[in-house]
Design a protein around this ligand. Structure first.
Ligand code: HPA
Length: 271
């Protein structure tokens, strides 16, 4: 059933011209401007893709885009699905399985996250080198999951060391301070309490957010190489916590977005 749905989704997209993308990109909250750098050939609203979940959060444009970036064919999810929006994890990761069915070999992810590591400041960017899945669920925990590959996926290297070294080099070359660290993925949508931030510090998380981890787990089941970068939009200091609102988070993400654009564009040229 699920396999058939996915085939139908991929078939429609291929017919619409989404042909042989090498790289998939997921754009996070407040991170839409990378799209302006793409020589767009095709774009389709999520609502027009068969079996695709419908985007609900209004600040997501909810489009799948196909075109050329840095000389490579890419497919971009502009707007992602979160567990906190009420989707299940099959729906949250449907876009990743779709991009795999189209042929991607590499997945690049961006997100907005809170800084747990207090040496990291808002507006900084962090390369994710490991993660904590704190959502209490897995996108591979469903009856048909084994039809799509091994479900006992090796999490030895969820984030490609090879791609991460390239990104570090690119950052250095472009004078971008690129932190590294562990991303903790929570359900949300509420932000964390001071007590919860303290727990995340004890767990040695460097950043916290509500996305990315299910996407990476599915990508690993499908043998896709992954890299992910967080824009740190707020400092989660339990001893000096300031009120924050989602509008401010999005603004800070947008301001820092040029760094992600430089990193992804140079990386893609080099892949
Ligand atoms: N928690 C705290 N701060 C954040 C988050 C989060 O999940 N995402 C972006 N800033």
């Amino acid at each position: 059933m699920k396999q058939k749905q996915l085939l139908e989704t991929a078939e429609l997209l291929k017919k619409s011209g989404f042909l042989n993308p090498e790289i998939g990109i997921v754009l996070g909250t407040g991170l839409g401007k990378l799209v302006d750098e793409i020589l767009i050939e095709k774009e389709i609203l999520y609502t027009e893709i068969p079996h695709f979940p419908e985007a609900t959060v209004q600040f997501h444009s909810g489009k799948l885009i196909y075109g050329t970036l840095s000389g490579k064919k890419v497919v971009v999810m502009s707007g992602r699905f979160h567990l906190y929006e009420g989707y299940n994890l099959w729906e949250v990761t449907y876009g990743i399985r779709t991009m795999h069915a189209l042929g991607i070999k590499t997945l690049l992810i961006s997100n907005a996250a809170g800084a747990i590591n207090l040496n990291y400041k808002k507006g900084d960017v962090m390369l994710i080198n490991d993660h904590l899945n704190l959502q209490g669920n897995s996108p591979l925990a469903f009856k048909e999951a084994a039809n799509f590959g091994n479900i006992f996926v090796d999490m030895f290297e969820p984030y490609s060391e090879k791609i991460n070294s390239k990104l570090k080099e690119i950052a250095k070359h472009n004078n971008i301070q690129l932190h590294q660290g562990v991303y903790a993925c929570v359900l949300g949508p509420q932000l964390e309490t001071k007590a919860e931030y303290r727990i995340l510090q004890i767990l040695e998380a460097d950043a916290v957010g509500m996305s990315t981890v299910p996407e990476v787990i599915v990508a690993k089941q499908l043998n896709i190489a992954c890299a992910a970068i967080s824009i740190l939009t707020d400092e989660c200091n339990p001893s000096n916590l300031k009120p924050i609102n989602i509008k401010e988070i999005i603004e800070i993400a947008s301001k820092a977005e040029p760094k992600i654009i430089t990193l992804f564009k140079s990386l893609i040229a080099d892949l």
